[in-house]
Design a protein around this ligand. Sequence first.
Ligand code: SF4
Ligand code: SF4
Length: 375
Amino acid sequence: MAFHVMIIPSMNCPSDCSYCWGVDRDSKVMDTETVREMVSWLRDFRKEPATFTFHGGEPLLAGYEFYRKTLQLISTELDFLKPAFAIQTNLWLMTDELAELFAEYSIPIGSSLDGPREINDHQRGDGYFDKTMKGYEIARRHGLKVSFISTFTSYSIRRKEDIFEFFLENKMNMKLHPALPSLKSPDPEEWAITAEEYGDLLLYLLERYLEHFGEIEIQNIDHFAKSAFLRRGVVCTHADCVGNTFAVDPYGDIYPCYRFVGMKDYIMGNVSDRPSMEDLNESDALRSLYDWRKMVDDECGDCEFYRYCLGGCPYNAITVENGVRRIDGVDHQCQAYRMIFTEINRRANREFLESGILGGQKKKSKPGVLDIMMK
Ligand code: SF4
Ligand code: SF4
């Protein structure tokens, strides 16, 4: 997996989504000094091309000046990393000035919208939809590419048809995210969907995607199909992120991924100490993830999808019992991965036989998973 640095300028967020427990209302905003420390750390850390993703909390809370200075600093001081940038934001704080700056650096935007206004605002809060759409219009005016993550919860999964139609009609690309049991909520299952429900959702969306092939992009389906075709994971969940992805929080603390930020036992070091890769490898946090990798290699070893599933995401493997966090099994979405990989392979084999390549009668068919694989 490629070298990936996630920059978390703030863990605060102006929104208050019902199923989100990751916000820190007291979080400071990363200051220029911390950005400089991070750049100094990275100068001698690794030499291969890197992607920098701004994440949160809500990263636009840091404001225009933060981005102007940070983008310039990384682009000039770390030019040998051939930096590419991306941002994940709810877009509420997007301005023409920021959009112009992001266009200058060709920054693709990932945003979050759970479907039409009434579904979205039911689970993300009144007014969320309109604020995000306002920012979306600004981003589009400046030619920025925006994709949306739609979180499917125990509530919205019952409206999956409406959600798909919304993204289709509005010509918006989507990526889906299954709501997991919260690690912090007193009622962890309230919004969560099961792995089987997630698998069924993927199968439904695959069907609808093929009916409307070329009219919409569903990134997860693309990733599953391409991973199966290439026989290697093409997205972090199915590539080996451990030791290749790093998140830097507003205080300069280094974590294995933005999803772990705020879990103090996953701090691997601080940028001001300029840790080497060897230093990070010695941290308890990274050791525990390497142990997880070994365990998954054993547990998933016989799985026919292992080569391009790789056991999934370590964060998804965390279990909380009596307030204690443990990471001692495979990704809890395993069943969903099995369901979608099985279906993709079944369809790919059938389409291959019907293509006439092996000498049989060629059937002209509707778009199929081979078309997704070849996209
Ligand atoms: S922890 Fe999960 S979300 Fe984070 S980089 Fe790894 S696979 Fe991706
Ligand atoms: S589908 Fe499940 S068992 Fe197979 S590799 Fe993925 S996580 Fe492991």
